[in-house]
Design a protein around this ligand. Structure first.
Ligand SMILES: [Zn+2]
Length: 363
């Protein structure tokens, strides 16, 4: 199986305070674009001098249901919402899940101080290296820890199939004694896990995560998911990072969509003009990877998403995974009254299209 190399997404940005996305300085309210319009003639320049109309998307007009809207708190935890079990399942669900195998896992110390284990997966559906970003050493991949014929202890440690922590001179992949520097044997499940772990299904976005694009909030959402999963109160979590750039259409086509957006289309219309579906992503890989991470059956997950369709899609064709709660991802600019997060003309149109055309529920 051929592989591609992951080079860009987690590259550190030494001059930037946040570990993936830059922090944007809020622009004055008066200079924000108050309304997204498909009509190029209604650009902000043509409105100069007239007062802006109220805006559905702007943090300054936050809907009353938004948590913390009156007393913006720094980094509040999101409030889970129950999952509607009667919702119809998306028709494009695969009937059979792809096969997945975790081929390597490594500990990554991050710039926030939290540690995570990055898992690289191969699969039977495409030749991309999809990723699981795992917070909590108790969350284990079954395929990773399976014993392979003929491998040595060093082989196992090299591909990441070890318990505890690696250190110079370590000779066994199995749990070392508590007196050793390698740590202790860990349970496969966190004993505190009466609260299901958080899961985020995230699709690769080179522009938003690496190239500082303010057209979408992907970088911010990735950061926020990682933050929630590494809180001291967290029972751990997984970001399933799917290599489906631009809602599945690829980076080249996505940049064409950017140009069409500059010509006046919104994000959904631009994809349709390019003869792509509004959303070409599929989530069978995510379901299969979550099963490999032992989240199947009654264990259940809490899914971080604003997209109700994603809940059913991630559960799989036969509800192999159970989503017990949906945890909304409120844009940082809303939660903080515009003090943090992305402030751009483009993000407002993007969020408006997500809510109006793609059924997202940002609450
Ligand atoms: Zn994006």
């Amino acid at each position: 199986m051929t592989t591609t190399t992951t080079t860009t997404t987690f590259r550190a940005m030494p001059d930037l305070p946040s570990h993936i996305s830059p922090v944007y300085t809020p622009t004055p309210l008066s200079s924000r674009i108050p309304e997204y319009s498909l009509d190029p003639s209604s650009s902000p320049h043509s409105r100069a001098g007239s007062p802006p109309p109220p805006n559905l998307i702007s943090p300054a007009f936050t809907p009353p249901l938004t948590p913390e809207s009156h007393t913006p708190a720094v980094d509040p935890e999101p409030v889970p919402v129950p999952v509607n079990v009667s919702a119809p399942r998306p028709q494009k669900l695969l009937q059979k899940l792809p096969e997945v195998e975790c081929i390597v896992r490594a500990r990554i110390p991050t710039v926030t101080g939290a540690e995570m284990f990055l898992h690289v997966y191969q699969n039977s559906a495409d030749n991309k290296e999809h990723l699981a970003i795992v917070f909590g050493s108790h969350i284990r991949s079954k395929s990773m820890f399976a014993v392979k014929p003929g491998e040595t202890e060093r082989d196992r440690m090299t591909r990441g199939a070890y318990e505890g922590r690696l250190h110079p001179g370590r000779v066994t992949s199995r749990a070392e004694s508590t007196s050793g520097p390698g740590g202790v044997s860990e349970p496969f499940h966190d004993t505190r896990e009466d609260v299901p772990p958080l899961v985020r299904i995230h699709s690769e976005c080179y522009t938003g995560e690496t190239a500082w694009s303010a057209r979408c909030d992907c970088g911010e959402q990735l950061d926020e998911a990682a933050r929630l999963m590494s809180l001291p109160s967290s029972t751990g979590g997984v970001i399933v990072y799917l290599r489906q750039e631009g809602r599945g259409i690829g980076l080249g086509e996505k940049l064409k969509a950017y140009n069409l957006q500059d010509l006046g289309s919104d994000t959904v219309e631009a994809n349709l003009l390019l003869r792509h579906p509004a959303d070409a992503r599929s989530y069978g890989l995510a379901t299969a990877m979550l099963l490999d991470l032992d989240f199947g059956g009654d264990r259940g997950i809490r899914l971080l998403t604003n997209n109700p369709d994603k809940v059913r899609a991630v559960e799989g064709p036969h509800q192999e995974i159970v989503v017990k709660q949906r945890v909304p991802m409120v844009p940082l600019a809303w939660k903080t009254g515009g003090k943090k997060g992305i402030n751009s003309e483009e993000i407002e149109g993007y969020l408006k299209a997500k809510i109006g055309k793609m059924g997202h529920m940002i609450e």
